[in-house]
Write a new protein. Structure first.
Length: 181
């Protein structure tokens, strides 16, 4: 795996983790939030996880409160929300920044690895502006539910705009291509 494998991470239960502990799996790293218009993507993310985990696929959720204060809860509240409302069983990590100067090291490495995202970026930006919100420009994470695809060898191989739904063919095809390798 590449150098991102050694970055210290903290699971939402407080236990230590790194991407090295997930070595050999295809990973989908997603910054998540409980009070976002895209929050229903939790359901699709859980379905992806269930459909592909036996083939060596994991979804890793990283709650962040960076966008419109849409993840105000504590780690315990986030877990409860995710399990009660969406049956989330994929790993969640402690809430941390994914943008700006305080962004967690994993997200700094991910955005450095792939500075631009695939999917309907311009359309999302226009919709956000219509709501009076200011989404970020590349290389920063645009909004909640942006997705990074990491190959079995630890290389970052894809970056998908937040509006790319978990069942979107663009994302599913990329996951299946990595699982086939």
């Amino acid at each position: 795996m590449t150098d991102i494998a050694a970055i210290p991470l903290t699971r939402i239960d407080g236990s230590a983790d790194t991407l090295a502990n997930h070595e050999g799996n295809v990973l989908l790293v997603v910054n998540v939030a409980s009070k976002c218009g895209l929050t229903p993507q939790y359901e699709g993310l859980e379905k992806l996880y269930e459909d592909y985990k036996a083939k060596g696929f994991e979804v890793l959720g990283f709650p962040a409160n960076d966008f419109g204060a849409q993840e105000p809860g504590s780690d315990a509240e986030i877990v409860e929300f995710c399990q009660l409302n969406y049956g989330v069983s994929f790993p969640l990590f402690t809430k941390a920044d994914v943008t700006g100067e305080a962004k967690q090291p994993l997200y700094a490495a991910l955005t450095d690895a792939i500075p631009t995202k695939q999917g309907d970026v311009d359309g999302m930006k226009e919709r956000f502006k219509g709501y009076g919100m200011t989404p970020n420009d590349d290389p920063e994470v645009l909004w909640n539910f942006e997705k990074f695809l990491i190959a079995r060898d630890g290389s970052v191989v894809g970056r998908f705009a937040p509006g790319t739904a978990p069942q979107d063919a663009l994302l599913v095809d990329a996951i299946e291509a990595e699982l086939a390798k």
